[in-house]
Design a protein around this ligand. Structure first.
Ligand code: NAD
Ligand code: WQD
Length: 336
């Protein structure tokens, strides 16, 4: 299939590009490079032997999007492009609504204009807000989101549902990711955020590498077994495979759907630090810090819908997630 990956040079997009190229799809990427670099294209080519067709453009550029979709006969879009820093979204909410929500509307208009009617959207478990029960199933109420970033995901999900209601041929699948971590086994692609990482894993990796001093564990008084926050960490390679399967699923149907991509198992912050220590072979310094505003105590997925509809389940465990994240971190430091 001829597939456009918006945000395809980013963390999850690049791993998905590798997966789709391996499955013989024709991969096109459009990215404005605000949080990634062109070097990723070379890394993807080194891994797969094929280089995606790349357009340096912004999804908010209506003319560019029509051109990319129309000129290349794109049959489906996997829409990763977006800003994703929760804290920044509270300081610059308009930038998030503009980039994520307006950008998606522009992309959808271009899809409509060029007759492309299949979309996979990068949603998030954040749409569930504070869980009323665990594990989270897709019919758990959405809402109660505590930050503008999360609200952009919820709004986009609703926009897609409205579009599917209005256009009987449109197919939109919202993949609700839990906490993606890990890297490709080659160490050539992975997660490399600019500045001080917001997310736990890249922070732990930098402490392990000696780039940062210690991990701040945000709260040890949650109602969880060891008092620290519990999340469903999922290997980015499993997530990438989920996209390839979701693409087949979306292409063969119409209408709106939402599917969790998680493992179904939660780990605490301290369990993550211990697993990372095993992967890197030395202690990782940490201190207990106050809770972070807006955090929930725990969430993990019920992934059975993905199994039922896509034939997908997570296969890689925490050990592999930490080992590949560490391998990637070491390659970054060595500059190779
Ligand atoms: P990422 O920042 O690595 O990738 C996003 C890519 O989109 C980047 O390459 C960036 O340059 C590009 N981009 C941003 N705005 C753009 C625009 N207006 N036009 C064109 N390109 C643009 O992030 P990621 O972790 O790979 O996340 C991918 C998607 O998955 C995002 O939508 C994110 O919100 C969502 N998501 C991520 C997580 C996570 O923990 N990583 C969890 C749930 C959902
Ligand atoms: C995980 C756990 C923290 C950093 C966020 C977004 C969500 C999704 C994924 C992305 C929590 C604790 C963290 C640190 C810590 N979005 N922690 N010290 O908050 O589950 O989800 O990223 O696009 O929408 O909200 O992930 O990795 O930030 O935190 O103790 O330095 O680690 O309190 O319990 P989170 P996270």
């Amino acid at each position: 299939m001829r597939v456009l990956l918006t945000g395809g040079t980013g963390f999850i997009g690049s791993h998905t590009a590798v997966e789709l190229l391996a499955a013989n799809h024709d991969v096109f990427i459009c990215d404005n490079l605000c949080n990634s670099s062109r070097e990723t294209l070379t890394a993807i080519e080194s891994i797969t032997g094929r280089r995606p067709v790349f357009f340096e453009s912004d999804i908010r550029d209506a003319r560019a999007m029509r051109g990319i979709l129309g000129d290349n006969g794109i049959e489906a879009v996997i829409h990763f492009a977006g800003l994703k820093a929760v804290g920044e979204s509270c300081v610059k909410p308009l930038a998030y609504y503009d980039n994520n929500v307006s950008g998606t509307v522009t992309l959808l208009e271009a899809m409509q204009a060029t007759g492309c009617r299949t979309l996979i959207f990068s949603s998030s478990s954040t749409v569930y807000g504070t869980p009323q029960k665990l594990p989270l199933t897709e019919d758990h109420p959405v809402g109660g989101v505590t930050n503008p970033y999360g609200r952009t995901k919820l709004i986009i999900e609703k926009i897609l549902a409205d579009l599917c209601a209005a256009d009987a041929e449109f197919s939109a699948v919202c993949l609700r990711y839990f906490n993606p971590i890990g890297a490709h086994p080659s160490g050539l692609i992975g997660e490399n955020p600019n500045g001080i990482p917001n997310n736990l894993l890249p922070y732990v990796a930098r402490v392990a590498a000696g780039v940062l001093k210690e991990v701040n564990v945000f709260g040890d008084d949650y109602p969880t077994p060891d008092g620290t926050g519990v999340r469903d960490y999922i290997h980015v390679m499993d997530l990438a495979r989920g996209h390839a399967l979701a693409l087949q699923y979306a292409a063969g149907r119409s209408g709106w759907d939402a599917i969790n991509l998680g493992t179904g198992k939660g780990y605490s912050v301290l369990e993550i630090i211990r697993a990372f220590e095993k992967a890197c072979g030395h202690p990782v310094a940490y201190r207990i810090a106050p809770r972070r505003a807006g955090d929930i105590a725990a969430n993990w997925a019920d992934p059975s819908k993905a199994q039922r509809l896509l034939g997908w389940r997570a296969e890689r465990g925490l050990e592999d997630m930490c080992a590949t994240a560490w391998n990637f971190q070491q390659r970054l430091l060595s500059g190779k």
